[in-house]
Design a protein around this ligand. Structure first.
Ligand SMILES: Nc1ncnc2c1ncn2[C@@H]1O[C@H](COP(=O)(O)OP(=O)(O)OP(=O)(O)O)[C@@H](O)[C@H]1O
Length: 292
């Protein structure tokens, strides 16, 4: 059983002047229990539409989703989810601590549990110092961190996070990545959307790439990075003289054969890989050209 399963999900919005927007087209994917799955796509690709559909905020035109084997449409299945919406906004007249209390009540936690968990998540998200100030005075990054704090409050098994690093400075981004890694260590499942490839490389086990409402690729981060080997940086020494050479992938065999017959010694070989950004740009630009 998967933590999250999305089956042939489609969503058609009626936009301005009743213009149809096919935001999702036959999108299927599964998120395995215990993994960190990055949902990567450019602006307008359909990431938030997917997430809002899973969380029951919008109705799909077709298809369905399940959470730990139960229909996502049942509110009881969503009790196991910690959800961070895109651009979270809260009752600004409440303090951070009061807001967490309110969230705890909606999850039917008892008062001592709420107090204990609130202290824990406030500390994790470095918000303890601001806990008794009204949210109105929080910076954008603090609001985002409070968004993650409220998602963690009831210690859910699955996290669905829409752009969790958005609006955060480098320190905040590093903090959230560390939290995601720790949640994985605790056996939690994390599904998060982003358009920033560097976020994926550091924390994800697998990545799904979405463009124009369609899922273009799903693979492990490891496979993607391995498959992107374009050539080799080779250091050779000859009579005490060291040289750095860049050899194309398809020239390696030939190059090594030549080396054997020469008096050069290989000191180091390092594969030169396309990074996640190049892989992502390739996929997205292919989709752009095929649509033209
Ligand atoms: N309520 C709506 N009415 C009409 N069109 C919509 C609505 N919400 C989203 N869309 C359109 O659906 C498509 C997918 O939007 P969505 O917000 O899901 O993308 P996204 O990948 O989350 O983008 P971003 O990274 O910019 O947040 C876009 O073309 C968007 O304009």
């Amino acid at each position: 059983m998967h933590a999250l399963e999305i089956v042939t999900l489609s969503k058609r919005y009626l936009g301005k002047r009743l213009k149809r927007v096919d935001a999702l087209q036959d999108l299927s994917l599964e998120v395995r229990t215990g993994e960190v799955f990055g949902f990567l796509g450019p602006n307008g690709a359909g990431k938030s539409t997917t997430i809002k559909t899973v969380m029951g905020q919008i109705k799909p035109t077709a298809g369905h989703a399940s959470i730990f084997g139960r229909p996502a449409t049942e509110s009881s299945s969503r009790l196991r989810v910690g959800y961070l919406p895109e651009n979270p906004s809260f009752y600004e007249f409440l303090t951070g601590r009061e807001y967490l209390h309110f969230v705890g009540k909606t999850f039917s936690l008892n008062n001592s549990m709420i107090t204990e968990q609130s202290e824990h998540v406030l500390e994790l998200l470095e918000l303890t110092h601001a806990a008794d100030r009204p949210i109105k005075g929080y910076s954008k990054g603090m609001v985002q961190r409070l968004g993650l704090a409220q998602a963690m409050l009831h210690d859910p098994d699955l996290y669905v996070l829409d752009e969790p690093m958005s609006g955060l400075d480098p320190l905040g981004r590093a903090l959230v990545k560390e939290i995601i890694k720790n949640l994985k260590k605790q056996g939690k499942t994390i599904f998060f959307s982003t358009h920033i490839t560097a976020d994926i490389e550091v924390v994800c086990d697998r990545v799904g790439i979405i463009a124009k409402g369609r899922l273009m690729a799903v693979d492990t981060v490891e496979n993607i990075l391995q498959s992107g080997v374009e050539g080799y940086q080779i250091q050779v020494s000859r009579h005490g003289h060291v040289e750095e050479l860049l050899v194309a992938k398809d020239r390696l065999k030939e190059f090594m054969a030549e080396l054997v017959t020469s008096d050069a010694v290989v000191e180091r070989i390092e594969p030169k890989r396309k990074d996640m950004e190049a892989f992502f740009l390739d996929i997205v630009s292919k989709e752009k050209h095929s649509a033209q």
